[in-house]
Design a protein around this ligand. Sequence first.
Ligand SMILES: Cc1ncc(COP(=O)(O)O)c(C=O)c1O
Length: 425
Amino acid sequence: MNELIEYVRKQFPSLEMQVNGFPAAFLDGPGGYQVPHRVIAAVQNYLVNMNANCHGAYLTSQRTDEMLQSAREAFADFLNCSYEEVAFGANMTTLSFFLAQAMMREMHAGDKVLITEMDHDANRAPWLELQERGIVVENVTVDVNSCTLDMDDFKTKLTATTKVVACNYAQNAVGTISDIGQIIKLAHEAGAFTVVDAVHYAAHKPTDINAIGPDFLICSAYKFFGPHIGILYAKKDVLGKLRTMRVRSQKSYPPYMIETGTLNHEGIAGAKAAVEFVADIGSKFGNRSEIQQQVNHLHGRRRDIVAGLLLFDDYEQQLTECLINGLSEIQEITLYGPPRGHPRTSTVSFTYADHTAADVAKYLAAKGLFVWAGDFYASTLIDRLGLRDQGGLVRIGIAPYNTEDELSRVIEALKNGIILEGLKI
Ligand SMILES: Cc1ncc(COP(=O)(O)O)c(C=O)c1O
């Protein structure tokens, strides 16, 4: 194990867990990452030293105001935008519903929203709701052979009546990364607003709002080392023109105008610490020349965050290659995902002969190998792949604290066949 990963693993207390005498291997990153010490400490510190509502006259309330402001600044660095464009919410799904409802108020019957067959339901259902108001919702199709978005279909369906394009940056069931910069550019040329689901992507690669230029982009801190909260990037002058759902005393201007009630303060404190964790990795280990070449035009915390994510991605891509090679040798396994060479995350999914995905996950769980099975809320993609009847896919999601040894345990277990009798979970 290299020095970086040894250091990373020491930060995660949950990695000490044992299951049936096996060390627990947390291979469900796309379902939610494990949390390092500093995030746990930040949540605790908030609850002990700052616990209060906002805008009060007393110390803990003032500390809360300062913490929220500094968390917006941390996410501004994480996403490369201004803190005035960072809003917090319960999770990505809730923010997505709020946004769709606000955008609906600016649309008319006959206007079109483009969603995709590749998306998590959280970036589909909120838009499908708008059909009740006569808004037309069309699906961009997936190429089922390559698990990639059909860009020709996108270009055909993108017309002058399209008001919103809602698309993911990376697909959470099979790991495909889409050319979101190109999708946003084409959408803007057609006069449409863009809403990007970056929940899966943000954990794996640096997100650069300035470079890709979306109107809205949503991610979730629990997918990259943080607690369960959602983060919305909203372009200031676009959000500012929307009529969001809000109570009278809520600030009426960006980014606060889309936030509701009291935020999850301790969660936000932890999320800020998650960003600092990534930055700390970048600053401690980012002096490798190939990393420096990619970050030397950047400054301060943004530079460290990008370096940290690039280091993680480099390691994850190596493990992904090992995993794909190992799984490819098992006859019973069919892999699903983008073709070699296509941009992807470290999320690898498969089916196993005539066993359901749930049975495979159960078999692995008894050996301390935590993987998810099913449709991962990417329900339309799983239907289009024809995998509903066998219970969807088995998904292995590699995070920076995972090791080659953990993946070898998975491959060995699968080589031995799926034995369900006498399982102890
Ligand atoms: C790609 C993607 N989008 C959206 C979501 C929903 O996020 P949240 O749980 O924060 O609502 C998930 C969660 O798994 C996801 O993976």
